[in-house]
Design a protein around this ligand. Sequence first.
Ligand code: ZN
Ligand code: ZN
Length: 345
Amino acid sequence: MRFGRLAGPGRVELAEAPVPHAGVGEVVVSLAACGVCGTDLEKLRGNYRSAGLIGHEPVGRVSQLGSGVEGLSLGDRVFVHHHVPCYACEVCARGDYTFCPTYAKTNIDPGGFAESFRVPQENVSRKAVLRLSDSVDWESGALLEPAACAYTAIRKVGLPEHATAFVLGLGPVGLLYGRLLRSLGAAWVGGTEVSPLRRAAAERGGFDVTVDPREAGAARAAVDRATGGRGVDLAVVAVGPPSVARDATQIVRRGGTVNLFGLPEAGSRLDADLQDLYLRGVRLIPSYATTEPDIVEVHRRLASGDLRVSDLITHRIPLDRLDEAFRLAGRPDEAVKVVVTGPAW
Ligand SMILES: [Zn+2]
Ligand SMILES: [Zn+2]
């Protein structure tokens, strides 16, 4: 079978490998679709220190069941979460599951851009294989992981009633974040984005106002109009450049929260007036990744129709054109979300 991997700086390639075999407690899944994530693009650019496996937003059909696996059947439509915490260490005991040392070590083999992939026993036993509701199509299923990352972030920062929020950077996760905020009751959501295609996607759902960040003062003016000059409850940093994080600190209200959500550039520094942050009580809360309870909750919202996301997928590219999928995903003017499709599509 074929699978995609990084092949040196700036290149992905397809390689051949034997079809994986489901050992005791394991599952093999035939790929339907896997989204290209911003972090996949960062790995390609060499800006993300990690093991280098690509593809972590997969949905597909169960094609092999190892002995001892319960609650799943051959042919089931599933979403698979690549990382699971141990649920036993001190970090997990405090509820910080995504920072568990086990979390980032777990993964599907050989990644999500593969005709089939093996789900290790630890992922299967910790409920990382989720059966999709009939009302959740492949597209929505492929957005489950990034949407759940946004849900985890919102749960961490805590959303006040009638909240006002502003999302800086409307890539796929920024857009999903805005739609979730709205489905969770936010009163006003604005955002900045350079790409007109992505601003249009925002205005189709979730966002009241979007502005081009290259227009000096436009974000501040939109926030002032919506909040009577007070600033928003929550500003979400959904893109990497450090100047965006600084901008976010300047549009939150007194006592408001900045959520560091997008992957910052490696080695970047926050250039902000610390006394100003102190005196205004601005909280800075990072949120990385997600875990099963939040994925289950987002799946429930997708299944009920409370949350609609499938229109965010602009391109479905077969696995054998993986390089084209990556090129497109890196062009905000042409694509919103790109998914790579496999044999179960
Ligand atoms: Zn992702
Ligand atoms: Zn742990």
